[in-house]
Ligand binder design. Structure first.
Ligand code: BES
Ligand code: MN
Ligand code: ZN
Length: 490
């Protein structure tokens, strides 16, 4: 789907489908929708009076103007009440309108930037949200959007720059999130560590990033005993991916983003049950999001220096695999007693967090489907946010609010690490009890950090069971929009 911005009157657009919008409880249609109403002889006002069109959030009404405006059909999408309105309502409305247009066989679609100027939403923000919602809502795994062109229109040529900017950002961010969705939705025999490495190499070629791919021997030379233990039983060879965008030529201290890349989590010898095991192909959602963020940064030519680290391996079983009771040595010399081979994410992240230090980072943020416990605590509504630096936590929280990829701060108290005291090593990888699971896992990770650091536990938000708004059944691509916003504002 080609997405563009043009300065022209949407009502004159020679497209098959035009999308406009309406607020709830406004007594008359305004803006383009108002002009449309007059051209249609007041039919929208009549439908509103009759209650057939209400402006309720995500309501879609289809009208056939029969020559009164250039488009063959017009979709009016509801934005909900103006007083609770914001960019999230725009993304959701755009997604449902886009999908309805596709169902109706639309090929060439034009739209207004929904809600521009209302409740402090600038035209650029409205345009970005409209494009994001449309592209994300039309996402289908293994298929294109099904619509040829999507054109945002605004008659005033003086506003074209803002419109273009919003379209550019929205399109880049949605592309990054779609890359993450694709990677997570791919089966584990396709989305292998080597596959993730190839994707990273493709990003490097496309955007001029520095890339290096470490194999087992490389990880050994780095002393990554925790990462290698998880990888020991792996049939698909592990990869440690480093991808760097460095417009400053090494002058600027980088932002480092780390993604858990377990391409399949069987639990290892601490084997999981058979229920829902297929969803463990999604255990590389953190890695996928990190690669998605790099796509956005590359497309937008971000001025910030960003390093992405992805430790990638499957966690499976064979005779040579690691076992509960094994003692491992991480890259910084910390010894770890294995209690559960299913607490593997924190092991591979430990070595990645140690590795991050050599970049002298300004901040490090990791994304990981780390615990079932965070899903119990927060469900689908938010990621767990753990942070050792209040300024970093605040910055991430405001990006989370702005993008509606919500993150809720949880504590990093010493009590959570105390339960990891070991008789035979510096610490255990699990307390062996479910109590405070998400916080204990985060406390384990903190032991390997020595810089401003945040951890986002995305186990609960990585995917949805059914399509709703701009989230399409399967992977959400969570974290791409949040971190792209954070990098941009850092
Ligand atoms: N990948 C899982 C966490 C997970 C669970 C993600 C459900 C998505 C959905 C992680 O590796 C894991 O197995 N965590 C264990 C930790 C425990 C053994 C301390 C868990 O959450 O049960
Ligand atoms: Mn596990
Ligand atoms: Zn896992």
């Amino acid at each position: 789907m080609e997405v563009t911005a043009v300065a022209s009157n949407p009502l004159a657009a020679g497209v098959d489908t035009l999308i406009v919008s309406l607020f709830e409880r406004g007594n008359t249609p305004s803006g383009v929708t108002g002009t449309l109403d007059r051209k249609l002889g007041g039919v929208i006002g009549e439908l509103m009076a009759a209650g057939d069109v209400s402006g309720r959030a995500e309501e879609v009404s289809v009208l056939y103007p029969r020559g009164a405006v250039a488009a063959t059909r017009v979709l009016i999408v509801g934005l909900g009440p103006a007083n609770t309105f914001g960019s999230e309502a725009v993304r959701r409305a755009s997604a449902v309108a886009g999908r309805r247009a596709r169902e109706l066989g639309a090929r060439k679609v034009a739209s207004v930037a929904h809600g521009a100027g209302v409740s402090g939403l600038s035209l650029g923000e409205a345009a970005q949200a409209t494009v994001e919602g449309t592209r994300l809502g039309l996402y289908r795994f293994g298929e294109d959007a099904g619509i040829e062109s999507f054109t945002l229109m605004e008659e005033d040529p003086g506003k074209l720059d803002a419109l273009r900017d919003g379209v550019r950002w929205g399109d880049a961010v949605a592309e990054g999130a779609s890359l993450a969705r694709d990677l997570v939705n791919r089966p584990a025999n396709v989305a292998t560590p080597e596959h993730l490495a190839e994707i990273a190499q493709g990003l490097a070629r496309d955007h001029g990033f520095r890339v290096s791919i470490g194999d087992r021997a490389w990880a050994e030379s780095e002393g990554m005993g925790a990462f290698l233990a998880v990888a020991r039983a792996a049939g698909h060879e592990p990869r440690f991916i480093t991808l760097e965008h460095d417009p400053s030529g090494g002058k600027e201290a980088p932002l480092v983003i780390v993604g858990k890349g377990i391409t399949f989590d069987s639990g290892g010898l601490s084997i999981k049950g058979r229920q829902g095991l297929e969803s463990m192909k999604q255990d590389m959602a953190g890695a996928a999001a990190v690669l998605g963020v790099m796509r956005v940064i590359g497309r937008l030519r971000s001025p910030r220096r960003v390093v992405a680290l992805v430790p990638a391996t499957e966690n499976v079983i064979d005779a040579f695999g690691y076992r509960p009771s094994d003692v491992l040595t991480a890259a910084d010399g910390t010894t770890i007693e294995v209690i559960s081979t299913d607490a593997e994410g924190r092991l591979i992240l430990a070595d990645a967090l140690v590795y991050a230090k050599r970049f002298k980072p300004r901040a490090v943020v990791d994304l990981a489907t780390l615990t079932g416990a965070v899903d119990v605590a927060l469900g689908n509504a938010a990621a767990g946010l753990f942070c050792n630096d209040d300024a970093l936590a605040d910055a991430l929280a405001s990006s989370a609010t702005r993008t509606f990829e919500r993150a809720w701060r949880l504590p990093l108290w010493p009590e959570y690490v105390r339960v990891l005291e070991s008789d035979v090593a510096d610490l255990k990888n699990s307390s062996g009890k479910p109590s405070g699971g998400a916080c204990v896992a985060a406390g384990f990770l903190e032991r390997f950090t020595s810089y401003p650091w945040a951890h986002l536990d995305i186990a609960g938000v990585r995917a949805v069971d059914s399509t709703e708004g701009y989230k399409v059944k399967g992977s959400t691509g969570f974290g791409v929009r949040l971190l792209a916003d954070w990098v941009t504002r850092s």
